[in-house]
Ligand binder design. Structure first.
Ligand code: PGA
Length: 239
């Protein structure tokens, strides 16, 4: 089965830096068993989509989308606008938005539904804070229940990202990754045995990607810092 390797540039790179990146990355041969999703800043979504559209297993995604379908939302980009750029994915409910911008799971739920309606695949992020480690099962389950209320899980990707591991260099132990992924799968698998797709995020780098990706219950990785250099990111793609 294909494993997802997702790059999240966050609020990094100006236009020229983005174009240098994608013009380098487009020449890399991607392994058939990988699906690569690159999520740059919104202003290059259509540029990126047109550069990589010939690559079979490489796609573009946004890092967020608006909570409303259209209308008076100055500065926002709707799911249908994102879709119209050629993007196929959108990261929603990233912990930086939940914690720095106060985004709630209820709001994430609205965005997820609009994204699915627009034909995008939402990558829905959940994860616990360090001080919530002991009760992480209930923290994660609540985030999932509220963020995914009324959502067909076959249409989304879940990203498990322990908050203390994001951008810190501290990776979650593989046993813990396995435990949480299996827990989510056991809670969300549907009656017809459809298992949700779950990727891991939090300080994934070339030195640990291989071990994480070798876990059967891990369907891919979401990469922040180590996705900012195309050569570094490519090492993860090949892991
Ligand atoms: P990181 O970020 O790889 O820099 O830890 C991951 C993320 O926030 O998605």
């Amino acid at each position: 089965m294909t494993k997802f390797i997702i790059a999240n540039y966050k609020m990094n790179k100006n236009f020229d830096e983005c174009m240098d990146y994608i013009n380098t990355f487009k020449n890399f041969r991607l392994p058939r068993e990988r699906t690569v999703v690159i999520c740059p800043p919104d202003y290059v979504l259509d540029n990126f989509a047109s550069v990589i559209h010939k690559k079979k297993n490489c796609f573009v995604g946004a890092q967020d989308s608006a909570i409303e379908r259209d209308g008076s939302m100055t500065g926002e980009l709707s799911a249908t606008m994102i879709k119209s750029t050629g993007a196929k994915y959108v990261i929603l409910g990233h912990s930086e938005r939940r914690n720095k911008l106060g985004e709630t799971s209820g709001e994430v739920n609205k965005k997820v539904k609009l994204a699915v309606e627009a034909g995008l695949v939402p990558i829905v992020c959940v994860g616990e804070k360090l001080e919530e480690t002991k009760k992480r099962k209930s923290v994660i389950l609540n985030q999932l229940k509220e963020s995914l209320k009324g959502v067909d899980i076959s249409k989304i990707i879940i990203a498990y990202e322990p908050i203390w591991a994001i951008g810190t260099g501290k990776t979650c132990d593989v046993k813990d990754i396995q435990f949480v992924h299996q827990y989510i799968k056991s809670k969300l698998s549907t009656k017809n045995n459809f298992e949700p797709v779950i990727v891991y995020g939090g300080s994934v780098k070339p030195s640990n990607a291989g071990e994480i990706l070798s876990l059967e219950c891990v369907d891919g990785v979401l990469v922040g810092g180590s996705s900012l250099d195309p050569y570094e990111f490519y090492k993860i793609v090949k892991s």
